[in-house]
Design a protein around this ligand. Structure first.
Ligand SMILES: Nc1ncnc2c1ncn2[C@@H]1O[C@H](COP(=O)(O)OP(=O)(O)OP(=O)(O)O)[C@@H](O)[C@H]1O
Ligand SMILES: [Mg+2]
Length: 423
């Protein structure tokens, strides 16, 4: 016990209540930097017939925003409905999942569960709940938009008051046609009345990319593009925990954490957790975070980062030859906040500096460096980079940049120095 007389129990409680690298956020106090987006959702859903679509980079905080808004706006008597799509999802299966939300899980899953009788509600829809082959009670999969509307009407009979339904990860649904059916459905949502609202979420750079271009759905949807979190909000995440633990965190650590995370809160939570644990485990009495705690934060974050990020990094760089070249190329590419960079600029302003820092390694000539970047677009390197032509490159998924920055940091190379410094 080395932080201000905190017991391990209280320390854990504070940490788990404030740092959640693997969990979404559902309350506005913990949702930093999204007040404007929350107001936008609140106002959009107050407008009759309007629905919301949140889109943006992977890991930027879409689900957290949608769930926080949904909890705020749904009547207190019941939680909002949350369904998530997968590769094989169809429009029908998603609508069925929404319907199943109001069917008792026991009725649905247990052998011999008694199917509730709701035939009347489903007039023209196959007569309501079907006891499945194993005598389970479940909402039948709607096969048309009208049937889907009936499912939502049934849900509305069960859940009174304001209801927000979140349909998440639309991008995972492989069938483009099924996704486009959502656009057709969206046109009809206003018929369900003003107390039922939908928030859709998906990874993408436009809504069209996710559900196609449907002019009438476009009139109904309020599209919210979620940007990466600004640095001051990333600092606030750490500062908020530090205040509760009664330890101080210097500007240097705050800046470095926000540089590494590049606007993706996952990394801030991850580094924060390991950093504060290391302070807690410190044999000395700790009242302020030191460089060694920050270093442990980086190492801990590296070993606990999402396995998929580690895998992508390894696939991109671990080759029989030139592994370090690929790493240095990826680091150079991740050196600024820009999502698109030109090879000459990457080479001159990032690669040369990084190689100078590396000391013992000889820099590649420019054409070879260019080849490394080109290779990183290929299948055998996990297609981690994309090429835009004329020597322009970007990361396929910006969230990987944070992991790349962690790797560089742990090898003594600081990236992302174009970030703002706190006042
Ligand atoms: N505004 C925020 N303030 C603090 N932390 C946040 C914020 N938004 C998200 N987070 C944290 O960031 C991480 C990612 O959040 P979330 O899962 O909501 O992102 P996402 O965009 O839905 O990700 P994915 O694209 O993988 O579905 C989580 O650890 C969450 O706790
Ligand atoms: Mg999500």
């Amino acid at each position: 016990m080395t932080i201000a007389n905190l017991s391990e129990e209280s320390f854990k409680e504070i940490l788990s209540a404030n740092l959640t690298p693997s969990a979404t956020i559902k309350t506005p106090e913990r949702l930093y930097g999204r007040a404007k987006s929350l107001t936008q959702i609140e106002r959009a859903l107050a407008s009759p017939g309007r629905q919301v679509f949140v889109y943006g980079d992977r890991g930027v905080g879409k689900t957290s925003l949608a769930l926080t808004a949904a909890h705020l706006l749904t009547a207190a008597e019941h939680p909002p409905i949350y369904v998530v799509c997968d590769r094989d999802s169809t429009f029908g299966s998603v609508m069925q999942a929404i319907g199943n939300f109001v069917v008792n899980v026991e009725d649905r899953l247990e052998l011999g569960g008694k199917p509730p009788s709701v035939s009347a509600t489903f007039a023209g829809f196959g007569g309501g709940f079907q006891p499945g082959g194993k005598k389970t009670a479940t909402i039948p999969t709607p096969t048309s938009i009208n049937e889907a509307m009936d499912v939502i009407r049934y849900v509305r009979e069960k859940l009174r008051g304001r209801l927000v339904i979140v349909v998440d990860e639309i991008e995972r649904m492989e069938s483009k046609r099924e996704r486009e059916t959502f656009a057709e459905f969206i046109k009809n949502i206003p018929e369900l009345g003003d107390s039922t609202s939908f928030i859709f979420c998906g990874i993408g750079s436009t809504v069209d990319e996710l559900i196609g271009n449907h002019p009438s759905a476009g009139r109904i949807i309020e599209a919210i593009q979620l940007e990466r979190l600004r640095h001051n909000f990333l600092w606030e995440i750490i500062q908020g925990v530090a205040d509760k633990l009664a330890v101080s965190v210097g500007n240097e650590a705050l800046v470095r954490i926000s540089q590494i995370s590049d606007g993706f809160p996952h990394y801030v939570h991850l580094i924060g957790e390991s950093m504060f644990w290391s302070a807690f485990d410190d044999p000395e009495n700790v009242s302020s975070i030191r460089a060694r705690h920050f270093k442990s934060g980086v190492e801990g974050a590296l070993s606990r980062a999402e396995p998929v990020l580690r895998f992508q990094y390894q696939k991109a760089t671990m080759k029989t030859r030139n592994t370090e070249d690929y790493e240095e190329a990826l680091w150079s590419m991740a050196d600024t906040t820009s999502d698109m960079r030109q090879v000459t600029e990457i080479y001159d302003s990032s690669y040369k500096r990084i190689m100078a820092k590396r000391g013992q390694r000889m820099p590649l000539p420019r054409d070879k460096f260019n080849h490394r970047l080109l290779a990183l677009r290929g299948e055998s390197h996990g297609r981690v980079l994309v090429g835009y032509g004329a020597g322009w490159f970007g990361y396929r998924e910006n969230i990987l940049k944070g992991y790349v920055r962690l790797r560089a940091e742990s090898c003594g190379v600081q990236l992302g120095r174009d970030h703002v410094v706190p006042a």
